[in-house]
Design a binder for this molecule. Structure first.
Ligand SMILES: NC(=O)c1ccc[n+]([C@@H]2O[C@H](COP(=O)([O-])OP(=O)(O)OC[C@H]3O[C@@H](n4cnc5c(N)ncnc54)[C@H](OP(=O)(O)O)[C@@H]3O)[C@@H](O)[C@H]2O)c1
Length: 254
């Protein structure tokens, strides 16, 4: 995709991967607007990156989401790239009674959120000469992690939605990309993840991702995520079982 001169809205741009992408795009001459719930984080990021803008958003609140989309279109009509990055990841146990709060919050944030945001902006994006929607899924969309079954299912659903969206927008100016990260050092599952040596360092992930975004791939897959993306197919059950056994061993005793 075109890597400069865009106006980019990034949900969840106050931390982790969203912040990394926001800063990398800002440095490359794009106008960046970040959105998220924590005002203090948004303020820290905009203060560190003069010219970047922020807007408070709880993506699970459909009225607020519609208001934010309208405000951005009114105040920043140049907006031509949407990065659906907001997400939460909670441990669950689907072998027992599921906590309904975990189920609802995960589906509302990770599945309804990006779909509603895309729906709110797609007509605007179609009117731009060049536009893009980038959905952040996960390697776990392809090979689920059983201890985050609901999370993995929402990411698989967004992968499927992205395929449909790409097909439906194929004759428009809107390019549809999927960014599926591997395990990356952020605070997605808590502070410990930032230091976990098994996770990919955030800077390296952002650098490789920016290089891939500059190309013309539909799926942005850094090298580390390829095994998760490709290990399924006809051997899905075997592959998911083996990987989850390995993950249970890796995470046991923590
Ligand atoms: N790190 C990984 O290992 C990894 C791997 C694969 C995929 N991903 C995906 O990458 C994306 C970014 O995650 P991350 O790793 O960078 O973790 P992160 O730092 O926790 O980022 C998640 C962002 O989502 C925002 N968010 C959460 N709930 C929201 C809501 N209701 N409304 C608006 N914003 C909300 C958070 O901001 P507020 O809390 O301020 O709202 C936060 O900035 C997620 O979609 C995640 O699933 C991450």
């Amino acid at each position: 995709m075109k890597m400069t001169g865009n106006t980019v809205l990034i949900t969840g741009g106050g931390s982790g991967i969203g912040r990394g992408l926001a800063e990398a795009l800002h440095q490359r001459g794009n106008q960046v607007i970040i959105a998220g719930r924590r005002k203090s984080l948004l303020e820290q990021v905009t203060a560190a990156n003069p010219g970047m803008e922020a807007i408070e958003l709880d993506i699970t609140d459909p009225e607020r989401l519609a208001h934010v989309a309208k405000t951005i279109v009114a105040e920043r009509p140049e907006v031509n790239v949407l990065i659906n990055n907001s997400g939460i990841m909670q441990v669950d146990d689907v072998s027992g009674v599921l906590d309904d709060k975990v189920l609802r919050s995960t589906v509302e944030t990770n599945l309804y959120g990006p779909i509603r945001m895309t729906s709110a902006l797609v007509e605007h994006l179609k009117a731009k000469p060049e536009a893009a929607v980038i959905n952040v899924t996960s390697g776990l969309a392809f090979t689920p992690l059983a201890m985050t079954a609901v999370y993995s299912a929402t990411k698989a659903a967004i992968h499927s939605y992205t395929l449909s969206l790409r097909f439906k927008l194929r004759n428009t100016s809107v390019k549809v990309l999927e960014l599926a990260p591997p395990y990356v050092q952020t605070e997605l599952m808590g502070d410990h993840q930032k230091q976990d040596p098994r996770a990919m360092p955030l800077d390296a992930f952002i650098a490789e991702t920016m290089d891939l975004l500059a190309g013309d791939a539909d799926e942005i897959l850094v090298k580390r995520v390829i095994p998760l993306r490709t290990s399924v197919g006809l051997h899905e059950v075997k592959s998911v079982t083996e990987r989850n056994q390995m993950m249970e061993e890796a995470f046991s005793g923590r």
